[in-house]
Design a protein around this ligand. Structure first.
Ligand code: ADP
Ligand code: MG
Length: 395
């Protein structure tokens, strides 16, 4: 990446404000149910500790809407992080003001402080300059390691960069490098797999990828709109009628560019959107009026597997079916296995896709699992992420 990283600057003895993504799921008792976002931020934190920086961590958690709400306190995260680091992590009950200032003033080299949820202040999401300046005032250097919020220009992701030097963290660098290299310098064949619920969520992604890939595989709910565009009847399947015309154009565009566009040739059609619904596998030309396609069929899976097996680069975003229900998870599972074993560079992004891959125990066999849902989508759309753009360029 052309941005300076934490390794390109002197950090020893400096107060370093690190924006991390500690937006972890908590249960009713306030316990962390999945700490992978904390794990993902450890390399940067450990690096800073080792280099003798004074580490000040800032994050959001949930949507407290600018109000102090104990339900969204980061205090449990401080405790968890301290266990992970095997060293004390102090906690400041506010991210700005005297509380934060005092906590920072006692920090020694190699020590770690976590600030309370930045979204307890409405100014955070408004990217309010006074608030951003106060946050920045705590430190001499800013490190953005929160890829998951890099697509938002908030005070703690973009605002602060106007007041102190700003560089990227190691996770941010990894995310941007993996996806950036795949998009800009892919080893070919480059195959993208797009699925999930709606075409409308991913039009930008499909359009951008059509400029770059050798083959585009489309599955999931969005495939129905493409099937309709091909003239098939999709019964009661989820369909975006107003996007059928666009789907036709995308099919034409792929053809004109010589890109293989792979659509399902059969589907698992069910009588209801229910885990135990009566279902059968049918050709896309034979979906009944009262049926809905909830997964790709086995012939489609076989066709997709064959295409994926030859790929040197794969980007995957969006499940092939309603994988949350076992009866409709097979297509996603087969694609996950095919991606995991293809031998190329494999990148999975999107909240549900990542959840599916983890559920199917294929995550460890992927080259890169993106930690940012919305951010990875915007990246795949070719958009500049404001949290990244604001960082210092390499000289
Ligand atoms: P991601 O979070 O990976 O970007 P999306 O949010 O776009 O993925 O889509 C995931 C959702 O799409 C899942 O909840 C899944 O159940 C749903 N889905 C997939 N295929 C279908 C289908 N054929 N009909 C209805 N919903 C579907
Ligand atoms: Mg999703």
């Amino acid at each position: 990446m052309n941005k300076k990283s934490v390794k390109d600057v002197e950090v020893r003895g400096k107060r370093v404000l690190v924006r991390v993504d500690f937006n972890v799921p908590l249960n009713e008792q306030g316990q962390i149910t999945n700490d992978k976002r904390i794990q993902a931020s450890l390399p940067t934190i450990l690096y800073l500790i080792r280099e003798g920086a004074r580490v000040i961590l800032a994050s959001h958690l949930g949507r407290p809407k600018g109000q102090v709400n104990p339900k969204y306190s980061l205090a449990p995260v401080a405790k968890h992080l301290s266990e992970q680091l095997a060293q004390a992590v102090s906690f400041a009950k506010d991210c700005i003001g005297d509380t934060a200032m005092e906590a920072v003033s006692t920090l020694q080299d190699g020590e770690v402080l976590l600030l309370e949820n930045v979204r307890f202040h409405a100014e955070e999401e408004k990217n309010d300059p006074t608030f951003a300046k106060e946050l920045a005032g705590l430190a001499e250097l800013f490190v953005n390691d929160a890829f998951g919020t890099a697509h938002r220009a908030h005070a703690s992701t973009e605002g602060v960069t106007h007041y102190i030097p700003a560089v990227c963290g190691l996770l941010m660098q990894k995310e941007v490098d993996f996806m950036g290299n795949a998009l800009e310098r892919p080893e070919r064949p480059f195959v993208a797999i797009i699925g999930g619920a709606k075409v409308s969520d991913k039009i930008g992604v499909i359009e951008n990828l059509l400029e770059k890939v050798d083959a585009l595989i489309i599955g999931g709910g969005m495939a129905n709109t493409f099937l309709k565009a091909q003239g098939f009847n999709v019964g009661k399947s989820f369909l975006e009628e107003e996007k059928v015309e666009l789907a036709k154009q995308l099919i034409e565009k792929a053809k004109a560019k010589g890109i293989e566009l792979e659509l399902p040739i059969d589907v698992v059609a069910a009588l209801a959107f229910q885990a135990d619904a009566t279902h059968r596998t049918v050709k896309v030309s034979e979906i009944g009026e009262d049926e809905m396609a909830l997964d790709i069929g086995s012939a489609s899976a076989e066709k997709f597997e064959a295409r994926i097996s030859t790929a040197k680069t794969v980007i995957w975003n969006g499940p092939m079916g309603v994988f949350e229900m076992e009866a409709f998870a097979k297509g996603t599972e087969r694609v996950a296995q095919a991606v995991a074993t293809c031998g190329g560079i494999t990148i999975v992004g999107g909240g549900d896709s990542v959840a599916a891959v983890e559920k199917m125990k294929a995550a460890d066999r992927m080259t890169h699992i993106s930690t940012g849902g919305g951010a990875s989508l915007e990246f795949l759309e070719g958009k500049v992420l404001p949290g990244v753009a604001a960082l210092q360029d390499k000289e």
